[in-house]
Write a protein that binds this ligand. Structure first.
Ligand SMILES: O=C(O)CCC(=O)C(=O)O
Ligand SMILES: [Fe+2]
Length: 429
């Protein structure tokens, strides 16, 4: 798409969600998108002011709001929400009953909601006076947000969605041409590495990547982990202490109006690549699956990939999660909302879910808003020992994918063990 923020015409490769018919290998127009039962909608809040403000979810029953997040000057936060839900902003010290500086009703396709204490609508001079009172650093953030808002208008017009990420650099990504539900790609022999000392000569693990959904992009790899590996991981966890799980951005990322303790009720701990040869193998295989070098998933020395602007790992430690009966993780996004202060806007890019057991009742991973032509129900993935699910939280153009909304359904009987491998975009930092 072409856009102009006042610095001359520029080009941007924005991603337009394809017609759903193409997800079935058919001509555009032959099938129609269903309306999902789940009406979730991601909301991002931006504090366009030099004061510290709090965002509250408004329960609309006359009671004070539930605190969602604290935003410093020119910072942002976000949450998984629903159309019609209301939020309001007060001064940090004002509390839930404080003077309401701005209020918002979630109204698709709007995803980004601004509390703007600087801009005076229709009065450029008054606006400039407000800007002049800001520190030079804050003036820079203000102008960046103004540009981003204007860019967002072009993006929304072109792509039908808002950019929830302060986009800078278009990203391209090689997913090959597996863009039809049910289609599969066999990963080449040798793609999936086993440590040499653990394999016979010429023996490789072959993996097949199968498309479960094109939007969000969700793939399944049955037998990603061997039984022996799963047994080993479960053995490693013996004696580990698990802690109550939290959500990525604390309450800022909890589903609107619910506390952390209600949205994610599981226990978890972290498993490190460096500490175990089998875990190292899992990372190497994950890198093969993602088609990136395994070095990206560990700290690098300065002479490896000198073109990268940092040497940090793009991956987090593996998060081992345990769900007991009744425990769940309600629908959420994995991407998080990065601070505007960070020019690189780091965000989680891909998630690999590794199932370590099966046979429980409940406990499926669901994508309730997947775009498809067959059902309004969620896409539901059942845990199977050793199975991996790969999904992307980012669209090919670098924006966040609101449809990557997903949930771990409550376990009704038995228990569930799973590992999360979170991979950040290359500018993690
Ligand atoms: O347990 C699952 O199936 C999904 C877990 C998840 O989405 C998360 O931990 O972020
Ligand atoms: Fe998640």
């Amino acid at each position: 798409m072409e856009f102009d923020l006042g610095y001359g015409p520029q080009e941007y490769r924005a991603y337009v969600t394809p017609d759903v018919s193409t997800f079935y290998g058919e001509d555009a127009g032959s099938r129609h998108r269903t309306t999902p039962k789940h009406r979730g909608w991601a909301a991002k809040f931006v504090n366009v002011s030099a004061r510290r403000v709090r965002v509250y979810w408004d329960p609309k029953n006359g009671r004070p709001g539930n605190p969602m997040s604290l935003m410093g000057p020119f910072e942002s936060s976000g949450t998984a929400s629903f159309p019609g839900h209301r939020f309001y902003v007060t001064d940090e010290d004002g509390g839930a009953d404080g003077e309401v500086l701005a209020s918002f009703e979630i109204d698709p396709p709007t995803s980004v909601y601004y509390y703007d204490g600087i801009t005076v609508e229709g009065d450029a001079e008054a606006t400039e006076r407000n800007v002049a009172r800001l520190s030079p650093e804050h003036q820079g953030y203000y102008r960046a947000i103004v540009d981003s808002r204007r860019f967002n208008e072009y993006y929304r017009e072109f792509a039908g969605r808002e950019e929830t990420h302060f986009l800078e650099v278009p990203r391209e990504e090689d997913l090959g041409k597996i863009d039809v539900v049910g289609s599969a790609r066999k990963l080449k022999d040798g793609d999936a590495r086993l440590l040499p000392e653990y394999r016979d000569r010429g023996q490789y693990l072959n993996m097949t990547l199968r498309v479960l959904s094109c939007s969000p992009r969700v793939f399944e790899v049955v037998d990603f982990l061997s039984r022996a590996e799963v047994d080993h991981i479960m053995y490693l966890t013996t004696g580990m202490t698990l802690h109550r799980s939290t959500t990525a951005g604390g309450s800022a990322d909890a589903s609107a109006g619910r506390k952390d303790s209600e949205t994610r009720t599981s226990l978890n701990t972290w498993v490190y690549r460096e500490n175990d040869a089998v875990i190292d193998t899992v990372y190497r295989r994950a890198a093969d699956l993602l088609r990136i070098d395994e070095a990206m998933l560990r700290p690098r020395s300065a002479d490896e990939f000198p073109d990268m602007d940092n040497t940090r790992s793009m991956a987090e430690a593996l998060q081992l999660v345990h769900y007991d009966v009744g425990q769940e993780y309600t629908a959420h996004h994995d991407f998080g909302y990065s601070r505007i202060h960070n020019k690189d806007q780091p965000a989680r890019f891909a998630t690999l879910l590794l199932y370590l057991n099966e046979g429980m009742e409940g406990g499926a991973t669901q994508f309730p808003r997947w775009i498809n032509a067959e059902t309004s129900e969620a896409l539901s993935v059942e845990p199977e020992v050793g199975k991996a699910v790969l999904f992307y939280s980012q669209l090919p153009d670098g924006n966040m994918d609101d449809f990557s909304h997903h949930a771990a359904m409550p376990v009704r009987k038995g228990e569930k063990w799973l590992m999360n491998l979170w991979v950040w975009d290359p500018k993690y930092g």
